[in-house]
Design a protein around this ligand. Structure first.
Ligand code: HEC
Ligand code: HEC
Length: 265
């Protein structure tokens, strides 16, 4: 079973804060002040801890799984399994860590063939990771098939500057809700079965007017791609919601649609 995000992040913060406190205590002059968000700067973190931290960020704050999976094809972005190995060969003259850092901070600098240029800069809102978090994430990606050799000094000092002062408490996803509303009632045809606030009236599927209040973004995103795998809503027939939206919608249409559904509360 997956733990709720808050619990996982909470447990992880304790580890980081413990490390930080240990370090601070070993130098009596430095005042021990627990960081409000993940900060590894100055901490004597081990490679294993760093990779673990990056993995947590991948699954939680990074929201990477909206688009990426590890070891699974057919999503809207490259499968990241083995990226630590292939990163060394992707761009001539660039090491694995250089390529990985570039793909996080300037995703548009190199576009993997066959994919649209839709990846957000991870250190800018809405994802807004700080410099330590980018470091941990790069270490995690290197660990997928490669050697972890990235250091904090490899991450530009400017990384995460926009995130300073605290990331928004609410997860904000890229996507245009207005465009998503149009997809809902035209190309995707959700409106044939669902009511959604002011639009639609069909009783075939559940009324989605409050869906963002009652369901997590994670669930909503999964339900569109894999209706059967997300579980069937009680009182409604199984297998009626079409399973092919992952193929028929483009990545942008999907993100816009999700953005629209997240306004329904
Ligand atoms: C909105 C969708 C989206 C999100 C969210 C997203 N990515 Fe991406 N990512 C892409 C797409 C599409 C590509 C391929 C096109 C390109 O190269 O920019 C890509 C490329 C990459 C690559 C290069 C892969 C390769 O095979 O060379 C890495 C590494 C990567 N993403 C990591 C991440 C991480 C880590 C996160 C979370 C912090 C993330 N991405 C969030 C869509 C996304
Ligand atoms: C042919 C009818 C049909 C179409 C088209 C359809 N759905 Fe559904 N949908 C259903 C039914 C029936 C259920 C309830 C049974 C289930 O959970 O599979 C459902 C369930 C859902 C749920 C879960 C609601 C909850 O309360 O947990 C979401 C979210 C959803 N649909 C979104 C969409 C979106 C977005 C589209 C368009 C991309 C869409 N559906 C297209 C019939 C449809």
């Amino acid at each position: 079973m997956r733990l709720p995000v808050a619990v996982k992040v909470g447990a992880f913060s304790l580890v980081v804060m413990g490390t930080y406190t240990y370090y601070a205590n070993s130098i009596p002059q430095i005042q021990s002040k627990p960081p409000a968000e993940l900060s590894l700067e100055g901490g004597n973190v081990t490679t294993a801890q760093l990779v673990k931290a990056g993995e947590e960020i991948f699954h939680t704050k990074g929201t990477c799984e909206i688009c990426h999976r590890i070891g699974q094809k057919g999503t809207r972005a490259p499968d990241l399994s083995g990226v630590g190995a292939r990163a060394a060969k992707t761009k001539p003259g660039m090491s694995a860590k250089q390529y990985i850092i570039e793909s996080l901070l300037q995703p548009g600098a190199y576009i993997v063939e066959g994919y649209p240029n839709i990846m957000p800069q991870v250190d800018k809102p809405p994802i807004a990771l700080n410099r330590s978090e980018v470091w941990a994430l790069a270490a995690f990606l290197e660990s997928l098939g490669g050697n972890v050799d990235v250091t904090l000094d490899d991450i530009p000092k400017t990384a995460g500057a926009a995130a300073a002062g605290g990331a928004p408490a609410e997860i904000k996803l890229p996507g245009d809700p207005k465009a998503g509303e149009v997809i809902f009632s035209t190309k995707a045809g959700c409106i044939a079965c669902h009511k959604a606030g002011k639009i639609g009236a069909s009783p075939v599927g559940p009324d989605l007017s409050q869906i963002a209040k009652i369901q997590t973004p994670d669930y909503i995103m999964k339900k569109i791609l894999d209706p059967a795998g997300a579980g069937t809503v009680a009182g409604f027939p199984k297998g009626v919601m079409p399973p092919m939206f992952g193929q028929s919608l483009t990545a942008k249409e999907y993100m816009d649609l999700v953005a629209f559904l997240l306004t329904l509360k």
